[in-house]
Design a protein. Structure first.
Length: 353
């Protein structure tokens, strides 16, 4: 008995050590591994449909699914990222050269405010623009330096980026081909009841698909609509503002309004009434309603978490993991809630398929 216990303890120690060592080895490519898993979950239904319809060899089916994934999910992101870097660099260059005088626009905006609003700003010490101009100039210089450093670092890290990209594609191929078997082995290794393991896997898949298919598609739609109205109103740096609105749309209680509302206010107080009216109506009744219309269709009610939990987990994920965090954060939050529900109730609350 003691010998068996010693063997089990030794095995657990060995498993812990080799697992830590393995995680340490793959940690430089955690982003590639993570996105390979996410994309495999997203395109697994397509993989199964192709397999059932054409009955191709598994390698061919996985390869075709991988090509479709690259064309509709990966290539557009690369193109938009390239345009964003170029437009951002051009914008910072215009600000740094003085061609785009943000401080002047702020001053003009203050002067266009009603007198009582200007009085209130002055009374609370918010009307002095000299310090604001200095801060804007300083922030502009820092932003330009940051962008230049980022672009230079990207150039230096091109090799690492290319390696990570192809590692992701390589892993994605095998995850698509062998995903069901890998998921089964992971379930077997987890020391929980079968229903509990299935519940966690179901929650994991639902959150990933809801975030990618639902939240991300909604954000992209709002970004495209915001970019369109900015282009229609002849607002410069359309791609930059569109991407910013799409990014902010991922955050509940914030949304794209944090971008278009100040612009509409500037148009209103600067006398461009028709632009302010068009932007406000479009923002409220087109951009603002996208979430209410598309989310029930794309996400559904069973994956809906409270807005405050999504907001905190998304912000925390972004702070810890960068852009990967907009998926990692809500995913961890969903698994946290599900795990505690299992612990408290002792059995799943949902009807499993």
């Amino acid at each position: 008995m003691n010998e068996t216990k010693l063997q089990n303890t030794s095995l657990m120690v060995l498993l812990t050590l080799v697992s830590i060592a393995f995680i340490w080895i793959v940690l430089p490519f955690y982003g590639a591994v993570f996105w390979a898993i996410v994309l495999a979950i997203m395109f697994a239904p397509l993989q199964h449909q192709l397999q059932r319809k054409f009955n191709w060899p598994h390698n061919l089916t996985a390869l075709c699914t991988l090509i479709i994934c690259v064309l509709i999910a990966i290539l557009p992101v690369i193109i938009i990222s390239t345009l964003l870097v170029q437009e951002g660099a051009a914008l910072y260059s215009r600000i740094e050269s003085g061609e785009l005088d943000i401080a002047g626009y702020v001053s003009q905006f203050k002067q266009s405010l009603p007198p009582y609003v200007q009085y209130l700003l002055d009374r609370f010490g918010l009307g002095e623009l000299s310090g604001l101009r200095e801060k804007i100039i300083k922030s502009t210089m820092q932003g330009s330096q940051f962008l230049a450093t980022t672009v230079f670092s990207f150039g230096q890290g091109t090799f690492e980026f290319v390696v990570s990209f192809f590692v992701m594609l390589y892993l994605l191929f095998f995850f698509l081909r062998d995903g069901a078997e890998l998921a089964r082995k992971v379930r077997m290794a987890i020391p929980l009841e079968d229903n509990q393991k299935r519940l966690l896997q179901l929650k994991f898949n639902r959150v990933v698909r809801a975030t990618m298919k639902g939240d991300l598609l909604i954000a992209v739609t709002q970004g495209i609509l915001g970019g369109f109205i900015f282009w229609f109103l002849d607002i410069p740096s359309v791609v930059l503002w569109a991407v910013l609105m799409a990014f902010l749309s991922l955050l509940p209680a914030v949304g794209a309004g944090i971008v278009w509302i100040p612009v509409a206010a500037y148009f209103l107080f600067s006398g461009a009434i028709w632009k302010a009216t068009v932007l406000t109506l479009f923002g409220l009744f087109v951009i603002g309603l996208v979430d209410n219309v598309l989310r029930p269709i794309l996400v559904g009610k069973d994956t809906k978490m409270p807005d405050y939990l999504i907001l905190i987990s998304t912000l925390g994920g972004l702070a810890l993991f960068g852009l990967n965090g907009f998926v990692i954060g809500p995913l961890i939050a969903a698994l946290f809630v599900s795990s505690w529900a299992i612990f408290i109730d002792g059995k799943p609350k949902v009807q499993l398929p």
